[in-house]
Design a protein around this ligand. Structure first.
Ligand SMILES: NC(=O)c1ccc[n+]([C@@H]2O[C@H](COP(=O)([O-])OP(=O)(O)OC[C@H]3O[C@@H](n4cnc5c(N)ncnc54)[C@H](O)[C@@H]3O)[C@@H](O)[C@H]2O)c1
Length: 380
């Protein structure tokens, strides 16, 4: 069993998700690598307390990420901080020779992503991946197997999206994700878009053009100090793209990232329609995938399959039990550890987002901003 010693920079929501995944690593049954969290860093000392309480392997707690990066024991880092800090901290981690799992959007904007990509090119020995767990749900893995077997035929249309609804409440206080300087101009695209792009990009569907419709729906929110603060970032984005399938046929591909999608607490969805097969899934019915195979002249009938726990990386959970968000997080970390141990992903659809895929998402979101500005279709 290979042990990789990790540091975590940013001990908020996502830093703890990794902490929790690492603490239940024994849940995975056929992996020959494991993480050991030895160091944590958060600028707010109160945030590292969870690790002090729950993670006995942590030997270094600091408020200065540079101090953590100087720790020779740390081999790899997970950086989960607000978007304005991605470029600075990711570049410093890569320059320090630490393998990196960096949170999406992998830079607050195109320039920040360019800086991260330059750091990666300068340090080819460092393994760098971008966090997105959306591909690891069993239904999405099944749709990946359908791609591998050519079950779709010529692609007719693809739609992939990620929908939230809590911002429908105008009384929800402002937070960093609604502020330009911390979250970036991409708004919901930066926040949710990598998840919606992960599967299409891995399938090889590279956007060629985009016509974007971006919306700001709630103009201001309580600032928590008795006043109101402006919401500066895009709430909802609909990106109508063109892409080519493996046979070179162009098809429409729609990517949606909505912070204000009534009734959708946290809905991921993926729909792929082809001439020989089609598939659709939404996390609202997390355990089922709808599939249709078609032979010319035959009936067109959808099947509904219960997926259970058919994971890329085997776990203790019986195959008949349904999967959830924290399972997909554990699977994503298993995929990263597998890549660190073996130098390549276990399979095409059991791999974390690569820097190249993250850079493609920046090209798409930057083109979408231009499309919105000029109300026109933009070539990528
Ligand atoms: N993969 C996912 O499903 C998913 C879900 C939510 C958020 N995210 C991403 O994770 C990242 C963090 O989001 P979050 O929801 O965990 O945010 P969060 O606000 O819960 O946590 C961020 C933490 O970073 C700390 N921090 C800020 N500046 C720092 C610095 N200079 N040094 C060290 N720590 C610092 C904050 O104190 C905070 O504890 C973002 O990039 C976000 O887009 C990913």
């Amino acid at each position: 069993m290979k042990t990789v010693k990790f540091g975590i920079i940013g001990c908020g929501l996502m830093g703890r998700e990794f902490g929790s995944a690492a603490l239940r690593w024994c849940h995975l049954t056929d992996l020959d690598a494991r993480p050991e969290i030895v160091a944590v860093c958060d600028a707010n000392a109160a945030m590292s307390g969870w690790f002090r309480t729950h993670c006995p392997t942590v030997r270094q707690v600091t408020a200065d990420y540079r101090e953590l990066l100087r720790n020779p024991e740390v081999e790899a880092v997970y950086v989960a901080v607000p978007h304005n800090l991605h470029a600075e901290i990711y570049c410093a981690a890569i320059a320090a020779g630490k393998h990196l799992m960096g949170e999406k959007p992998f830079g607050i904007d195109q320039a920040a992503n360019d800086a991260i990509m330059a750091a990666i090119r300068a340090h080819p020995g460092v393994v760098v991946r971008c966090s997105s767990e959306s591909i690891f749900f069993p239904a999405v893995q099944r749709i990946g197997q359908m791609i591998e077997s050519g079950a779709f035929g010529q692609i007719i249309q693809v739609e992939s999206g990620f929908l939230h609804c809590s911002d429908l409440d105008p009384g929800k206080p402002i937070n960093w994700k609604r502020m330009l300087k911390l979250n970036g101009e991409y708004g919901s695209m930066g926040d949710l878009g990598m998840h919606a792009c992960h599967f299409p990009f891995r399938a090889g569907w590279k956007p060629k053009t985009v016509r974007a419709v971006l919306s700001k729906i709630v103009a201001e929110r309580p600032d928590g100090k008795g006043g109101m603060a402006p919401c500066e970032t895009w709430d909802n984005a609909t990106l109508l793209c063109t892409a080519d399938d493996a046979g070179g046929h162009e098809f429409p591909m729609t990517i949606k990232t909505f912070r204000i999608a009534p009734g959708h607490k946290n809905s991921w969805y993926l729909e792929v329609y082809g001439t020989r097969g089609s598939a659709k899934w939404t996390s609202k019915q997390i355990n089922t995938v709808e599939i249709m195979s078609y032979q010319p002249g035959a009936e067109q009938a959808w099947q509904v399959l219960d997926m259970g726990h058919e994971m890329a990386f085997k776990s203790l959970t019986g195959v008949n039990f349904e999967a959830g968000f924290s399972d997909s997080i554990l699977q994503m970390w298993a995929a990263f550890l597998y890549e660190l141990a073996h130098g390549k992903p276990k399979s095409r659809f059991a791999g974390c987002v690569t820097p190249g895929e993250a850079a493609m998402s920046h090209a798409l979101f930057t083109a979408a901003l231009e499309s919105q500005r000029h109300q026109s279709t933009v070539a990528l």
